[in-house]
Design a protein around this ligand. Structure first.
Ligand code: NAP
Length: 251
């Protein structure tokens, strides 16, 4: 799958799944800018590791909840590298709580970080990609968009929103040779899932047909597929990468 020489932007690229996406795109020859929020040490570690391999990578601090920040990040990437061909909206958070006790801030933080950010960055890249007549947009959903997890009404709403949004913009942008797809991971080993995995890791594995948790690289390889030159006829799709977790089989 070819991304050689392409210019990519990944949100939430400093840790977990986003870090693996940055690594995979860079290893396949893309120049990769990534956004992080607060953990500059983690971002610097990614840059140091990849630059030591001779890869082109650039860390940008920004809050994906801000429309102004998204516009500024996209403008900075285009200014530096002349274009922007691949956008991966990966940044996301969880703030779990049952409906009866979830406060408005828990709701708003998740919607703003997981869903409004996707609007912010997709709109920010859309003019550039339309004028280039080339673009690959990949948004990060979750199996939680489809599966009912108590305590995740805010998260499920945000990811369901990401999926509907992705299908709509896929139709709007298709004539300009821009694709938009989403990846919906199952249980992936990252900081986000650490507490759940520590508490119930063995039980979770029993529910996954492949009998293991996912690795960030399982997701970054799916993103590479959607990001590649060869995937120009694939758009508006939601790809579950979950080891069969949501198949509903008997074992
Ligand atoms: P993670 O390890 O917690 O990493 C989150 C990343 O997002 C970090 O780089 C973080 O930067 C960045 N981020 C968070 N809020 C931000 C903001 N306001 N502005 C800019 N960057 C921000 O998460 P993950 O597990 O890799 O998850 C990545 C994506 O996959 C999320 O969209 C998540 O919903 C989705 N997902 C994950 C799983 C799973 O099992 N892990 C399953 C399904 C879907 P800082 O460190 O600087 O804060």
């Amino acid at each position: 799958m070819t991304v050689q020489g392409r210019i990519a932007l990944v949100t939430g690229g400093s840790r977990g799944i986003g870090r693996a996406i940055v690594e995979t795109l860079a290893a396949n020859g893309a120049k990769v800018a990534f956004v992080y929020n607060s953990n500059s040490a983690a971002a610097e570690a990614v840059v140091a590791e990849l630059q030591a391999k001779g890869q082109e990578v650039w860390a940008i601090q920004a809050d994906v909840r801000s429309k102004t920040a998204a516009d500024e990040v996209v403008a900075a990437v285009v200014e530096k590298w002349g274009k922007l061909e691949i956008l991966v909206n990966n940044a996301g958070i969880i703030r779990d709580g049952l409906l009866a006790t979830m406060d408005a801030q828990q709701w708003q933080d998740v919607i703003d970080t997981n869903l409004t950010s996707v609007f912010n960055f997709c709109q920010a890249v859309s003019r550039q990609m339309m004028s280039q007549r080339y673009g690959r947009i990949i948004n990060m959903s979750s199996v939680a968009a489809d599966v009912s997890n108590p305590g995740q009404a805010n998260y499920a709403a945000s990811k369901g929103g990401v999926e509907g949004f992705t299908r709509c913009i896929a139709t709007e942008l298709a004539r300009r040779n821009i694709t938009a797809n989403a990846v919906a991971p199952g249980f992936i080993e990252t900081d986000m899932t650490e507490a759940v995995v520590n508490a119930a890791g063995a039980e979770i594995k029993k529910k996954i047909p492949v009998r293991r948790l996912g690795l960030p690289s399982d997701i970054s390889n799916a993103v590479l597929f959607f990001a590649a030159d060869e995937s120009s006829y694939v758009t508006g799709q939601i790809l579950k990468v979950d080891g069969g977790l949501t198949l509903g089989g008997l074992g």
